[in-house]
Design a binder for this molecule. Structure first.
Ligand code: PLP
Length: 475
């Protein structure tokens, strides 16, 4: 009988029993899992002992980096004292109350109330339930339709997945629902707008047209990510978010900012709504990921006072509002969240993220000179490269080449992890603790990765005659 090493046994057990998120189940069975063992700072270590530079903060969440001992201490202390406290029956816990108050203090002024969830999907789901309840309770029950963006990601709950506009989340899942609609994403690279203002105007016009088609009395809200993450890091022009927020006010529909990725310093300020060019005050905001930096699960819906009061007074102010989760406002997650907030501010991580952003931008932009790279885009420490086989026509690659898989494999061989999306977009979200030397290492390894893939005969053949990048001369 063949004997398996402990690692091989784990891989076999994974193959047999553990269902992974967002993979082809058959492809995962064939490939097998890569088991991660430990991590420190910006580096992961796998079970085979490889040290890998993480340029994606886990899944755009470990914004403070790994191995922050003060977070471990805060969690341990809370676990020892009170590992669980329900929020039901009017109970609560100190860290949850403090974290809610802290978030209200730090968030845009419109947001005054916080409901805690376990992550982003249930934050979006909760926001949708609150919106439905609010319009029913305040005598506008026809307001049921929701508008979001093409290429948007709003999680994987049974309703939220319909707001998400990525085909894999719809196929065989019977979404989007008849009340869910999408307008074009502000994707400058794949559009021919003369300038940023034209793109912004087109987005506003698309929203106005959709609301007009549905009837404003039937539309509840517009959901968007300030920078679209999972749809390929689509960075809209400065002022886009504000224009969409203002349009929602005029159209009398709610504006929901989904800051699950963009929140907590990812794009520079604590929230992308607070960028200099935006200064946006949403009706609702969903957050997760950087809230606890991945050290424990937690998300939240932040809510305006008008919505809160509308729900609270409703048709019958004494009636129970039937929305809850056993682990809402979990004290250990909340204690972690409080320490993570301290690290962003007093710990200097927000400031470091802002200070390092130009280096990140330069590194990405310099790669425009590479034969595979058609576009570089970024805001703060959120960025992407879009790979093309022809820079002039912006033609992509044949799906049969499986370029994203090749890129991910080559990157891992160079001890680098980032997100290689299926449509040949590479996403980057380094931790806010990255040093200058770690950025140098990221771009050195990334260049080697792109070179390796370019050296593959069929990739080179797909390129045709290599051309000099249009932007390279200016970079
Ligand atoms: N909303 C946005 C904008 C996201 O990027 C994500 C996750 O990536 C979610 C919602 C869902 O969050 P979670 O995966 O924590 O459920």
């Amino acid at each position: 009988m063949p004997t398996h090493s402990p690692t091989q046994s784990l891989i076999e057990a994974d193959r047999k029993h553990l269902i992974h998120p967002v993979v082809s189940y058959r492809a995962h069975e064939a490939r097998g899992v890569t088991i991660l063992e430990s991590a420190r700072g910006a580096f992961l270590r796998d079970k085979a002992g490889n040290e890998v530079l993480d340029a994606f903060s886990g899944l755009w969440c470990v914004n403070v980096g790994y191995g922050q001992d003060s977070i471990v201490r805060a969690a341990t202390e809370q676990m020892t004292r009170l590992p669980y406290a329900t929020g039901y029956f009017h109970f609560g816990s100190e860290p949850a109350i403090e974290l809610a108050a802290k978030l209200v203090e730090l968030a845009p002024a419109s947001l005054q109330h916080v409901y805690f969830t376990l992550g982003g999907s249930d934050a979006v789901d909760s926001a949708l339930r609150f919106i439905t309840h609010y319009f029913n309770a305040t005598g506008r029950p026809s307001k049921k339709h929701i508008i979001a963006l093409e290429r948007g990601y709003h999680g994987s709950s049974s309703v939220g997945s319909g707001l998400t506009a990525l085909p894999a989340f719809h196929r065989n899942f019977d979404v989007p629902l008849a009340t869910q609609h999408h307008i074009p994403s502000p994707y400058a690279y794949r559009n021919d707008y003369t300038d940023d203002q034209a793109l912004i105007a087109a987005s506003v016009a698309a929203l106005e047209a959709k609301v007009a088609a549905l009837g404003a009395d039937n539309v509840a809200a517009f959901f968007c990510e300030p920078v679209q993450g999972s749809g390929g890091v689509i960075v809209p022009p400065a002022g886009w978010l504000k224009a969409m927020r203002d349009a929602c006010r005029k159209l009398d529909i709610l504006f929901v900012a989904d800051e699950v990725i963009t929140g907590f310093g990812r794009t520079g300020p604590l929230f992308a709504c607070q960028a200099q060019a935006e200064q946006v005050e949403p009706d609702l905001m969903t957050v997760a990921k950087g809230l606890t930096a991945g050290y424990a699960p937690m998300g939240a819906v932040l809510m305006s006072d008008a919505i809160y009061q509308g729900i609270a007074d409703g048709a019958d102010a004494s009636a129970v509002i039937g929305h809850g989760h056993t682990y809402s406002a979990h004290p250990v997650s909340a204690a972690i969240g409080l320490e993570v907030m301290r690290l962003y501010h007093e710990g200097g991580l927000l400031a470091n993220g802002i200070a390092q952003a130009p280096r990140f931008a330069q590194g990405l932009d310099a790669l425009l000179a590479h034969p595979l790279v058609g576009e570089s885009r970024h805001r703060g420490l959120l960025g992407a490269l879009e790979l093309v086989s022809d820079k002039d026509s912006k033609r992509g690659f044949d799906a049969s080449l499986k370029l994203s898989e090749r890129i991910a494999t080559a990157a891992y061989n160079h001890r680098l992890v980032f997100r290689a999306f299926n449509d040949n977009i590479l996403g980057f979200a380094p931790a806010l603790c990255y040093t200058a030397a770690e950025f140098d290492m990221l771009f050195e390894r990334l260049t080697k990765t792109l070179d390796d893939v370019l050296d593959q005969a069929d990739v080179r053949a797909a390129l045709g005659r290599p051309r000099v990048a249009k932007h390279a001369a200016a970079a």
